[in-house]
Design a protein around this ligand. Structure first.
Ligand SMILES: Cc1cc2nc3c(=O)[nH]c(=O)nc-3n(C[C@H](O)[C@H](O)[C@H](O)COP(=O)(O)OP(=O)(O)OC[C@H]3O[C@@H](n4cnc5c(N)ncnc54)[C@H](O)[C@@H]3O)c2cc1C
Length: 457
């Protein structure tokens, strides 16, 4: 049974302290059974399922004042599936309610700062520093879009430059004036959400710019932006500088034929190009996958540290919210298995899974004895029409798979997990290679369905 109290708590770091002892950080110390870091869809779903299955004291830490993660500021529909599709706040409202109903302790305004033990985290919140020890930790810290500085775009440092997340927060949460004329950098799904947000805020999107030869979003979104809203898409085009002092005055572009132009605008939105929020994982010495840059995990969401699990966009920046939530749900069973295991139980070294260019990454990216089964998700760096993927280990071919449709950069590419049973647990890394492509209808590929799990509370 769950013994923790049900509450959303911003300022009570001591009153329910089971140990009541002082932490190594100078603050208070708490012991819980499962500590989840991050209250986005993945963390909320994991905590809700764990508490409902009787994991004991389940606590979530969330650095923002409200739970919900990214969907909290996504006021468009598209969260959940089919007729169930709702806007972001409604979607995460359901997961928050499910977590509270299950008895999860939700602490908002509390940031996990780093590790003071294998399963102990130092935190800071409204009441100052504290330490929380757990029998299992689930990292669900999400992902962020790379801002202009991280993309090494030269030029001045004027106001009026956003990521989509920053734009949505300014428009929907803080009702700020964000400008008059905007250039959207990127043409993936989230870029079209930026266009919608700009239009709702009364800002004219004057162009979208992508280095790719075509957009990477759903045809419906791309067509609406171009034909209904009249937003031109400049393909094979690079942003070479921002100009303007004080406020942004324009964006300098280089086109594929070598021409350079400057588009006048007072707002630029750098969209997509997600990276995992992996600072906590890195600080804890967890092995990061070289492709995803998130913690390496096996099919049971186990990281390279015993008792530490990871779910959601932290593993694959960024998939739909339903994928993140489904992983949270699926992770509950292996976390419970860990809680029930004899300490010191031997765990065999997992086999890494690597991809070759033009593939960029795959998740999960470790193979070990799995208690949960899920399809793999991959990313490609370029458009591939009906690619054939080969899976091999130590020169032995385990699997061939021709994907339906076109594998599109910045979009989910799914691959079945049927070959996993043929992997030699004592062998070398498994490699995924693109053998070839054929021409074909450019329909984006879809991921295969997962075995079990749900993306709605
Ligand atoms: C602009 C935009 C539009 C999108 N539109 C859609 C859509 O229409 N449909 C869809 O399905 N998906 C959409 N997505 C993707 C969806 O938002 C993500 O898949 C989902 O939010 C991932 O959930 P998560 O829980 O893994 O991470 P997040 O939602 O990023 O949540 C992570 C949480 O962890 C917290 N956190 C991080 N570090 C710490 C720390 N050290 N201490 C405490 N808390 C911490 C963060 O504050 C955050 O609340 C969109 C994403 C963006 C950016």
């Amino acid at each position: 049974m769950n013994t923790s109290s049900t509450s959303t708590d911003t300022n009570d770091s001591t009153s329910d302290s089971p140990s009541g002892r002082s932490g190594g950080t100078g603050g208070t110390h708490r012991d819980v059974d499962v500590l989840v870091v991050g209250a986005g869809p993945a963390g909320l779903a994991a905590a809700a399922r764990l508490a409902a299955l009787g994991a004991g004291r389940v606590e979530i830490l969330e650095r923002e004042r409200e739970p919900g993660g990214v969907p909290r500021h996504c006021f468009h529909r598209g969260f959940g599936t089919g007729a169930e599709s709702v806007d972001g706040p409604a979607y995460v409202g359901r997961w928050t309610a499910a977590a509270e109903r299950a008895g999860v302790r939700l602490r908002t305004g509390v940031t996990a700062l780093g590790w003071t033990g294998p399963l102990t985290l130092a935190t800071t919140g409204p009441d100052g520093p504290a330490e929380v020890s757990a029998r299992a930790v689930v990292l669900a810290t999400g992902a962020r879009e790379r801002p202009r500085a991280a993309r090494l775009v030269p030029g001045t440092r004027p106001a009026g430059v956003f990521t989509t997340g920053e734009l949505q927060q300014s428009v929907y949460l803080y009702r700020q004036d964000v400008g008059r004329r905007a250039v959207v950098v990127g043409a993936e799904q989230v870029s079209y959400h930026a266009v919608d947000t700009l239009r709702r805020a009364g800002v004219a999107p004057v162009a979208m710019v992508t280095e790719y030869e075509r957009h990477q979003a759903s045809p419906a979104h791309a067509t609406a932006a171009r034909l209904r809203y009249g937003v031109p898409l400049l393909t094979r085009t690079t942003v070479t500088a921002l100009v303007g002092h004080g406020r942004l005055a324009g964006v300098r572009l280089r086109h594929s034929d070598g021409r350079t132009t400057t588009l006048a605008c007072d707002t630029a939105v750098f969209t997509g190009d997600f990276v995992p929020e992996h600072e906590l994982a890195r600080d804890g010495g967890l092995v990061l996958d070289p492709g995803t840059l998130g913690p390496a995990v096996d099919m049971s969401f186990r990281t390279t540290r015993d008792g530490v699990f990871a779910v959601g966009s932290l593993l694959h920046a960024a998939e739909p919210a339903g994928t993140a939530a489904r992983e949270g749900v699926l992770a509950a069973v292996p976390v419970l298995a860990h809680l029930a295991a004899v300490p010191g139980t031997h765990r065999a070294a997992p086999v890494p899974v690597r991809v070759d260019a033009p593939l960029r990454w795959i998740a999960p990216n470790l193979l070990a004895t799995a208690t949960a089964r899920q399809p793999f998700v991959l990313r490609t760096a370029r458009f591939l029409d009906r690619p054939v993927l080969q899976v091999a280990q130590d020169g032995r071919v385990l699997h061939h798979e021709r994907l339906r449709g076109t594998a599109v950069p910045n979009r989910t590419v799914g691959m079945s997990a049927a070959w996993v049973r043929d992997v030699d647990p004592d062998g070398g890394p498994v490699r995924i290679t693109v053998l070839g492509t054929t021409g074909g209808t450019p329909t984006p590929t879809e991921p295969p369905a997962a075995d079990g799990g749900t993306d709605t509370p």
